[in-house]
Ligand binder design. Structure first.
Ligand code: IPE
Ligand code: IPE
Ligand code: MG
Length: 260
């Protein structure tokens, strides 16, 4: 049983075997999902299975996160969004919440330069309410500014994010424009979401054997294909991404219509 995985810099990670190679998964690079969103779940259980404190699972999740980023870069995915902290995660024990906040700060500080050099554009969605420390908000703004002209991958971190909160915030912002209620359209509301440029999700991945959205991207997931795995997030790797994409490519998306 491997207890520790070394965090490898993205360029070294990418130089290793290509994403499609481990299982020779035949991914069609002309039909990639434009936007992949991940619910990174199962860190706590990963640690509990090893009699370790839950936070050790979060620490090990960093490896999976950067493996996912490297995989997305490798394949040329345009948008990758990850669920880092939900509006409901404040319910957790204060020590775990504190750890998660500090850990997000720490990852940003340690690895934003590397993401920048890999051509990743870092973006954030979520509420910046009083519970999010100013220091983290500043770090998020700095990372956004540093990487804003990068074009390889739009990598969005959902922090203090809730799908319902996002819709409520969008409605508030739209109503403030003074629009007449009967003039409101879906497109208009979408322009008031946290990131109006973000396209709908094509493929949602959730680890840890839970089959739910847990309030992630409720609006953007409307016609997303969903892929679930029992693998716990710290064990997730590029082979899993390849499997998910392969599965995605073998589905028929109908959007409520009929197949020709
Ligand atoms: C996901 O792992 C990480 C966050 C929610 C921040 P969990 O901490 O939810 O792990 P489990 O689901 O308890 O195993
Ligand atoms: C969803 O996982 C939130 C994140 C991954 C950040 P949770 O572990 O919080 O979701 P539930 O409680 O199992 O629905
Ligand atoms: Mg969980």
């Amino acid at each position: 049983m491997r207890l520790h995985k070394e965090n490898v810099p993205i360029h070294r990670e990418r130089a290793r075997t290509g994403v499609t190679c481990p299982l020779m998964i035949p991914i069609d690079r002309s039909a990639l999902p434009r936007h992949i969103a991940c619910v990174m779940d199962g860190n706590g259980r990963w640690a509990e299975q090893r009699d370790l404190p839950r936070v050790e699972g979060h620490k090990m999740g960093e490896h999976a996160l950067f493996e996912t980023v490297a995989g997305a870069l490798d394949l040329g995915i345009e948008w990758l969004t990850v669920y880092a902290f939900s509006t409901e995660n404040w319910k957790r024990p204060p020590d775990e919440v504190k750890f998660l906040i500090n850990f997000n700060e720490d990852i940003l500080l340690r690895r934003q330069q590397e993401l920048h050099e890999s051509g990743v554009q870092i973006r954030f969605i979520g509420r910046t309410d009083w519970r999010v420390p100013k220091r983290l908000t500043r770090l998020m703004a700095d990372a956004t500014e540093l990487t804003k002209n990068n074009t390889k991958l739009k990598f969005t971190i959902a922090f203090n994010y809730g799908g319902r909160a996002e819709i409520v915030d969008a409605v508030k912002s739209l109503v403030k424009t003074g629009i007449a209620p009967d003039k409101i359209t879906e497109k208009m509301l979408a322009r008031h979401l946290y990131d109006p440029q973000m396209p709908d999700v094509d493929l949602m991945i959730r680890t840890s054997g839970e089959y739910r959205t847990s309030n992630f991207l409720l609006w953007e997931l409307a016609y997303s294909e969903m892929w679930f795995t029992d693998t716990l997030w710290p064990d997730f790797d590029r082979t899993d991404i390849a499997k998910a994409i392969y599965d995605f490519q073998n589905r028929t998306r109908r959007y409520g219509g009929v197949t020709a």
